[in-house]
Design a protein around this ligand. Structure first.
Ligand code: XMP
Length: 326
């Protein structure tokens, strides 16, 4: 297996030409490693696993089997985009697993943040392992490990990547981007022809919207998180802020307050807007969203999102707040 240490001489991939060179080298290495055998990949649709999928599709075509687990905690439109890009456009072997009910049933009534994370992580591995066991003749497991994962070492990765290697599955690992930094992965992804929405996607936690639907997840409150997040992303994009702000998303806490709509009292949830900038996620500052934009987002969310009557703006840097609310 190739070394886990990035050589000092390795050039930083900053241009399409350098990305082309990297891609050519990797295609040759992947074909040499895999031969005519089969590879399995958990494809979340995040930039890392998507770039690995695109490389493997080029290298070994249908010998790659991608498994996309929809755990119900993805952002609006994400599962559909994975199917559209990989199955319809790239003609990949893609198994789409609708595990929404399974995850939400397991999470019902669970309010503790760490317990929620554990359930999501374990369930993900179980679903993935079940799919893997249905397949014959798989010898390799591809992973979107990148260099910061290696630098940060084991415990961080297991916390941060829900799709970590299932211990019960004994495959040889295929990790074609493990010596790359995130910005390099994006240049490679763009050069491979992945859509901008995938390549320049903001970081998204493995447990997904589950950590933004605070406390015990209910389907209706989860929909409020998903719909308000979609509105926020759309308005940031329209305002030219996409790709300029590190992370921006909404949270729906587990409490209600009184409001009024069409001359009637309402008793509904608030939506919290969080938008932060950071270099390494260890500390973060709050993005100063223009007031006009905040007003527009507030009007849209309170009009369009079911069960919501207020919008709040989280002004807390990290520390004292973490980026996520759980
Ligand atoms: P916090 O909330 O700790 O987040 O300030 C720092 C960064 O890590 C992301 N994050 C996670 N990513 N699994 C992940 O894959 C997780 O459980 C998780 N928790 C937080 C968060 O979105 C932010 O970018």
């Amino acid at each position: 297996m190739a070394s886990n240490v990035r050589p000092d001489t390795m050039e930083r991939i900053t241009t399409p030409e350098l990305a082309e060179k990297f891609i050519e080298e990797q295609l040759a290495a992947l074909r040499a490693q895999i031969g005519d055998r089969r590879v399995l990949l958990a494809l979340s649709g995040g930039v890392d696993s998507s770039v690995v999928a695109a490389l493997l599709i080029k290298a070994v075509g249908k010998q790659l089997v991608c498994v996309h687990v929809n755990h119900g905690l993805l952002r609006k439109g994400e599962p559909e985009q994975v199917v559209e890009v990989f199955r319809n456009q790239m003609d990949a072997n893609l198994i789409y697993v609708d595990a929404v009910d399974r995850f939400l049933d397991k999470l019902a009534g669970v309010a503790d943040p760490e317990a929620k994370r554990k359930i999501i992580g374990k369930e993900f591995i179980d679903v993935f392992a079940e799919e893997a066991q249905k397949l014959d003749g798989i010898e390799f497991l591809a992973q979107g490990t990148i260099y910061p994962d290696i630098l940060e070492s084991g415990p961080v990765k297991s916390h941060h990547n829900v799709g970590g290697l299932p211990a019960e599955l004994h495959f040889e690992l295929v990790e074609p981007i493990k010596l790359l930094f995130k910005d390099e992965v994006r240049v490679v992804g763009k050069t491979l022809g992945l859509p901008d929405g995938m390549v320049y996607r903001q970081p998204f936690p493995g447990p997904g919207l589950g950590v933004r639907c605070v406390g015990a997840i209910t389907r209706d409150r989860l929909e409020a998180v998903r719909e308000s997040d979609a509105i926020l992303r759309e308005e940031f994009k329209n305002a030219g802020l996409e790709g300029k702000v590190w992370q921006y998303f909404t949270i729906v806490p587990d409490f209600k307050s009184t409001g009024v709509r069409d001359d009637r009292r309402t008793y509904e949830w608030p939506v919290v807007i969080r938008a932060v900038n950071t270099r390494d996620a260890m500390t973060a500052t709050v993005e100063e969203i223009p007031y006009e934009l905040l007003k527009k987002i507030t009007v849209r969310i309170t009009r369009e999102v079911k069960g919501v009557n207020r919008v709040l703006y989280d002004l807390t840097p990290k520390p004292s707040g973490t980026i996520e609310w759980e």
